[in-house]
Design a protein around this ligand. Structure first.
Ligand code: BTN
Length: 267
């Protein structure tokens, strides 16, 4: 008699179920699942320093100290997707990691939940203008070489954003949008499969073009704060290294490098 492993609720992540169904070559061949931890980024960094296999995924059921860009806290209760992927990329591909991650998230939400998404520069995935996913890239460089890079992805899936007043004004979840829960294993499976394809794909130009086309930021009048500097202008384009090009009111062009940048629509 054969027994098949079935996830009984849509809200339970299962590393063994994921591993059974994943047909990736690199990303997700090793998955370490933690029901609860502080941050998948910390565990991933430790494993990367110990030279864990490329593509190793650290996946959490919930995070107690999740972090976002510019040291902001990242809320990740049960029902969210929190994962980090360990990579050892060629330095020339480092800037494309955020583009690959954003595309993989957007496409998997569209496929699994059937919801339309857009991208907000530099690293957010939105649904109807509200943030549903954040991406954090941390890398360790030694000279011109990349010792390791970690892609951190947090997706708001099966919880209600109304429980968290600190984000309720600008964020959303897939369950809030759909009025029902989304199977977490399916979502993570699609995400890792797409990320695997994009990471192994040599055509970075195509990745850059699709990312640029999906950016809802372009064409808008925006205010960008970068540390103490504030830039205002029309978001004209993005460069291949991920910088934003702003056309100021006086006609000059400002290039804002992806990094500690906060973007607010002011239109
Ligand atoms: C942001 O929008 O500022 C980026 C948020 C990144 C959150 C993810 S969740 C998985 C990984 N672990 C963390 O502590 N952060 C990233």
């Amino acid at each position: 008699m054969r027994y098949y492993l079935v996830a009984v609720t849509t809200n339970i992540l299962s590393a063994s179920l994921l591993a059974c169904n994943l047909k990736t070559r690199l990303i997700g061949r090793n998955i370490s699942y933690y029901p609860r931890l502080a941050s998948t980024m910390d565990v991933a960094r430790e494993k990367a320093r110990q030279k864990a296999a490329e593509g190793t995924v650290i996946l959490a059921g919930e995070q107690t100290g999740g972090r976002g860009r510019i040291k902001r806290p990242w809320i990740s209760p049960p029902g969210s997707v929190s994962l980090s992927v360990i990579l050892y990329p060629d330095p020339a591909r480092l800037n494309y990691l955020v583009m690959m991650a954003a595309l993989a998230v957007a496409r998997s939400i569209e496929q699994v939940a059937g919801l339309e998404t857009s991208l907000k520069w530099p690293n957010d995935v939105l649904i109807r203008g509200k943030k549903v996913c954040g991406i954090l890239i941390e890398s360790d460089l030694s000279g011109n070489a990349v010792s390791h890079a970690i892609i951190g992805i947090g997706i708001n899936v099966n919880f209600s954003v109304a429980r968290f007043p600190e984000i309720a004004g600008f964020a959303t979840t897939l369950a809030d949008e759909l009025g029902r829960e989304v199977p977490l294993n399916d979502l993570v499976g699609h995400l890792l499969a797409d990320l695997d394809r994009l990471y192994r794909w040599p055509e970075t130009e195509a990745i850059y073009r699709e990312w640029r086309e999906r950016l809802e930021t372009l064409g808008k009048w925006v205010t960008v704060t970068s540390g103490r500097a504030v830039f205002q202008g029309t978001a004209e384009s993005v460069t291949r290294d991920g910088s934003l090009l702003l056309r100021r009111e006086d006609g000059t062009l400002a290039q804002v490098i992806a990094g500690d940048v906060n973007l607010r629509d002011s239109s």
